[in-house]
Design a binder for this molecule. Structure first.
Ligand code: SAH
Ligand code: SF4
Length: 413
């Protein structure tokens, strides 16, 4: 099979707003220097060579040393890279940076959830950290905004959309580590390799702003860096990628990234899913569930998570729960269901299902032998909960939101 138009980062993204094309190669900064964050080890070696800083024979070794400073110790200042010679450090300083997104705002919820508004290359996006007793989950964005306009999601109402670069995606993880104070203390002399053990940041979910499978190459490159055993070394079992159902990219996600899969199902009939997840008009429920059944690596130990947002009177009836069970069984899916009480945002037309309704829905699914926990909303007071992320300060009225939805739907074809 030839490459489909979806295979490239520069693909046309369905929706009313064209994304800004994201260059795949080194990104020149306004100061002319290149950010080393987001580059693979091989790309760092190439960059060192091209910059005339190393002999060809040394390039790979130097790249490994620099990699370790960046990803094991969180060093952003070349002067601290003590196993490199002074001329190399000076040369690095002149031509490269170890960058971070700028922090525009930082908020802490009463429940301990933290949200950061970040900015790079002029655009803003958000990341969220959710601490729990036994884990700490970083919710990472893949795009500024989202073209898909699911009717219950605040991010979908953003007009501006562009893909985040691999550097901006990895940069979120680096910044979270900075903020949580999770790099080894260099002055203490007992710097150890990084790893999830004993750390605050143990898990990553690609559930922030944007549709990760509409920015496949950058998300893949970024997650490969995050999983690299010589650096951040987060296991693929601790990373979950959530998609609203970009069927043609799901097999590649399994093969080339291999992380846990979460699918935003949210409805079990064509009529309702077409309405609330408009991408369903392109890739329907059957196609989506078949892609889940084919997802490499899914088995009973690594189940696929089906996310199901509970919308009052829309998708929360007993018959919906029964149909959900039937579908999961029909496709023999190793699955669990995550029931998400809908999180409100200004101008939305939905309501959260009553607690008793959510509980009853959960019971039906549980009784069929499928785990169906109810996700406790986190960080609602700082608008950090699922589907509440929106970076632009623009406030759209109901009529404008409807018009925007229609535009995006029309572009979906
Ligand atoms: N674009 C991807 C990942 C980001 S959204 C996706 O859609 O899967 C992360 C999850 O939050 C998705 O399941 C999404 O459907 C859900 N969500 C969006 N808006 C929500 C809201 N207002 N309340 C609760 N969940 C919401
Ligand atoms: Fe985009 Fe996901 Fe929000 Fe849908 S739910 S609009 S795919 S971010």
């Amino acid at each position: 099979m030839g490459r489909s138009p979806m295979d490239t980062t520069l693909m046309p993204i369905a929706g009313g707003a064209d994304p800004v094309a994201v260059p795949r190669t080194r990104v020149a900064r306004p100061d002319g220097r290149t950010d080393l964050v987001g580059l693979s080890k091989a790309a760092i070696a190439d960059a060192l060579l091209a910059a005339g800083l190393v002999e060809p024979k040394q390039a790979r070794m130097r790249a490994r040393q620099i990699w370790s400073w960046i990803y094991n110790r969180g060093v952003t200042d070349f002067a601290q890279m003590s196993d490199l010679s002074k001329p190399v450090r000076d040369g690095l300083e002149q031509q490269f940076v170890v960058g971070r997104p700028d922090v525009v705002e930082a908020h802490v919820s009463t429940d301990g959830t933290r949200k950061w508004l970040l900015r790079s290359a002029g655009e803003e996006y958000e990341m969220v950290f959710i601490p729990d007793a036994d884990r700490g989950t970083l919710c990472v964005s893949s795009q500024v905004g989202c073209t898909l306009n699911c009717r219950f999601c605040f991010t979908g109402t953003m007009k501006l959309v562009r893909n985040l670069t691999a550097a901006e995606i990895v940069g979120q993880v680096m910044l979270a580590r900075d903020s949580l104070g999770e790099w080894p203390n260099l002055s203490g002399g007992s710097a150890t390799a990084s790893g999830p053990d004993g750390r605050l940041l143990t898990n990553i979910v690609m559930m922030g702003m944007g549709e990760p499978l509409y920015n496949f190459d950058n998300v893949r490159d970024a997650l490969k860096i995050v999983m690299d055993g010589d650096g951040l070394a987060l296991s693929k079992r601790r990373i979950t990628l959530s998609t609203s159902g970009v069927v043609p990219m799901m097999a590649r996600a399994g093969e080339e990234i291999g992380v846990n899969l979460a699918v935003s199902l949210h409805a079990v009939t064509k009529e309702i899913r077409d309405e609330i997840v408009p991408l369903n008009r392109k890739y329907g429920i059957e196609e989506l569930l078949q892609a889940c059944a084919d997802y490499p690596g899914a088995n009973n130990a690594r189940r696929i998570t089906f996310e199901y947002v509970m919308l009052k009177g829309k998708n929360d009836r007993d018959v919906d729960a029964h149909e959900l069970v039937r579908l999961i069984k029909q496709y023999r899916l190793p699955a669990k269901v995550n029931l998400i009480p809908w999180n409100p945002w200004p101008g939305a037309i939905y309501e959260t299902s009553d607690e008793a309704r959510v509980q009853r829905f959960s019971d039906i699914v549980y009784r069929a032998g499928i785990s169906a926990p109810i996700r406790r909303p986190r960080g609602r007071d700082i608008m950090a909960a699922c589907g509440q992320l929106k970076s632009s300060s623009e406030k759209l009225g109901r009529a404008q939101l409807d018009r925007l939805a229609e535009e995006k739907l029309a572009a979906l074809g």
